[in-house]
Design a protein around this ligand. Structure first.
Ligand code: NAD
Length: 363
């Protein structure tokens, strides 16, 4: 039995100041009795503004710590005594991994290894009943599987074939996590999820980038011909899937998470434009679609991702609940209503510029 809502548990979340981690932490404090220790290094992608609603809550604590620091992680585990570790901290942007892969290796691979080492030592020190209950939930991506052709879908048994430095680093981390289960018996759970979208996503990712560029009347850069297909999942659905896996997943097992929401990038951008036309029409009445501009493709750009979520649906009873049209409408409205958040997170170095052309041709 893992960590369900039957009793208050202690959850150590890494990367809880990021997009998915933030949604998870807010959900845990709002909807469950669990106590949360959020461990985050606050890179450009981590923002405590996203956690304003939980700051000060008696069941929430934040530690500004890098998962690569073994001694700090050891101390936090010993002090907080978690019933589970939910590991989301990562460098997560494919384009950045093309320009500067080093942090992807040190955080995603070495950081995960460090956390596994410390979590294993802590887990071994627990009394029997707590040791049996403990879980290490590793959150990963469908990008580890490489690219699909026009048909088929990724599942838990798809061989790994990563294309980008980001995908390769997550693939390596996934292998380490599974090896710690097979070799040391650490009760791990691995999830591989498709593309997430929703509020609080850093505006370098497709959907928020397009919303903000459209509002600024700037060209909307679509890679290649916009034909790449991604399987979109609303972030709250992902959070519910993770808590389902934590409560009922079998240690050592992998769960593929997806919303059966395949769309081409061009379809997604057009839909963002149409929603904006409706809720924030341009002066002069032309559609935001006229801002779409095709730009050279990302090197190594995978053509298509799609997840077959049959296992988690069948075995654990989870199912995506937010249709893409509904979630996208909420997301567009959220960015319209939260321009100050966008301005604050963009006040660092990143200014919506093109990344990921490779180290020679970086913009
Ligand atoms: P994000 O980039 O928004 O957030 C990552 C967080 O990790 C940030 O708060 C950052 O400060 C923190 N972090 C980075 N390096 C750290 C370090 N060394 N020590 C401590 N904290 C560190 O990412 P996200 O989109 O929320 O993704 C979260 C996880 O989910 C990642 O592991 C990612 O691979 C995975 N994932 C993401 C998606 C997606 O569509 N966004 C899909 C599937 C899986």
């Amino acid at each position: 039995m893992g960590v369900d809502n039957q009793g208050a548990r202690r959850l150590l979340v890494t990367g809880g100041a990021g997009f998915i981690g933030g949604a998870l932490v807010r959900h845990l404090i709002r909807e469950t009795p669990h106590a949360v220790l959020n461990v985050d290094a606050l890179t450009y992608a981590g923002n405590r503004d996203s956690l304003a609603e939980v700051e000060g809550h008696e069941r929430y604590r934040f530690s500004h710590t890098d998962i690569r620091e073994a001694r700090s992680m050891r101390r936090l585990l010993a002090e907080f005594r978690p019933d589970a570790v939910l590991h989301l901290a990562a460098e997560s942007h494919v384009d950045r991994s093309i320009d500067a892969p080093a942090d992807f290796v040190t955080t995603n691979v070495v950081g995960t290894f460090t956390l596994l080492e410390e979590a294993t030592a802590y887990w071994r020190s627990l009394p029997e009943a707590e040791r049996r209950r403990f879980r290490f939930l590793h959150i990963s991506t469908d990008e580890v599987f490489g690219s699909l052709g026009a048909t088929g879908a990724f599942s838990e048994t798809t061989p790994y074939d990563p294309s980008s430095p980001y995908a390769a680093s997550k693939a390596a981390a996934d292998h380490f996590v599974r090896a710690w289960h097979r070799t040391y018996g650490l009760p791990v759970l691995v999830t591989n999820c498709s593309n997430n979208y929703g509020p609080y996503q850093f505006p370098e990712k497709l959907i928020p980038l397009m919303i903000l560029k459209a509002l600024a009347e700037e060209p909307l850069p679509v890679y290649g011909r916009g034909e790449n297909v991604r399987d979109w999942l609303y972030v709250e659905d992902h959070v519910r899937a993770l808590l389902t896996v934590l409560a009922a997943g079998t240690p050592g097992e992998t769960y593929a998470i997806g919303g059966r929401g395949e769309r081409t990038n061009l379809d997604v951008v057009r839909q963002v434009c149409r929603l904006l036309d409706e809720v924030r029409p341009r002066r002069g009445g032309t559609s935001y679609e006229s801002l779409i501009s095709f730009v050279p493709d990302r090197p190594g750009h995978d053509l298509r991702y799609a997840i077959d979520p049959a296992k988690i649906e069948r075995e654990l009873g989870w199912k995506a609940s937010v249709p893409f049209e509904v979630g996208l409408r909420w997301t567009v409205q959220w960015y319209l209503d939260n321009r100050d958040w966008c301005e604050r997170v963009l006040s660092g170095a990143y200014r919506l510029e093109r990344l990921g052309l490779g180290r020679e041709g970086s913009a």
